[in-house]
Design a protein around this ligand. Sequence first.
Ligand code: ZN
Length: 307
Amino acid sequence: MLRQSSGKEIMRVLDTKFARDFIRMADDGFLQGWHERNGGNLTYRLTQTQIDSISNRLNPYKEWQPIGTSVPGLAGEYFMVTGSGKYFRNIKEDPEVSTAIIELDDKGENYCIRWGLVDGGKPTSELPAHLMNHEVKKRLTNGQHRVIYHAHTPNIIALTFILPLKDEVFTRELWEMATECPVVFPDGVGVIGWMVPGGRDIAIATSKMMETYNVAIWAHHGMFCSGTTFDETFGLMHTVEKSAEILVKVLSTGRGKLQTITADEFRQLAVGFGVTLPERFLFEKELDPLDPVPYVKADFASRPYDE
Ligand SMILES: [Zn+2]
């Protein structure tokens, strides 16, 4: 570690806790089987203290590139990001090749690579979605949320082929699969029908969901999660995906549920754990032991973010 004349500590980027935590989370996701080839992406918004701690390690300004959308609420912010086309499998071995630190300009319309991607390349192709999600969450949480994570979680993806793509259905089914779920994601999960990834339209749709939820499911593709820390955000993705895995196992028996956690029991859980569970997820439903997916004709009200 160096010390500037001002006495401020200047660290190598890869020695900082945020960079080590970023790399560990990326590798944890790979080990879970969520990041085949170049699938998935991760971004982290640095604190001012973290920016100061690496300021002498950053590259001089070169070219500014368009983000592909406008995020004025993030003007001047720095992000550690995974690279487009880079494999999560390689991040632990070669972080300076696979990841970058970018700085946004004073309009929130362009970025400059200040560290990393030493063999060339660009930030993740989902940068517009990540940054629009960050902008929403920074505003809603007073800057507390700093991590946006996208992964190809197989069990959630499997469910998007057989459950109606309704927030109410996914939230209620996932909550029922593990008692901790309503405590871990009390706001529920949002579901977006299939869209072309990588562009502004899907970024807008996802960031609208982030107004209500910390989890957005992309049908036939994967999930986005938002959180304050690497632990919390990884834990959220892990909990939702494990719940989906249990549901896939239940549905794989070809049987409907004989018993489950009821709407009233969720209300008791909410009191016991001090969480608020929106009533729109606590609808009455009948179990049909012969029908594993009794939702096909279900009709739910429009989503809160569509109103
Ligand atoms: Zn993806």
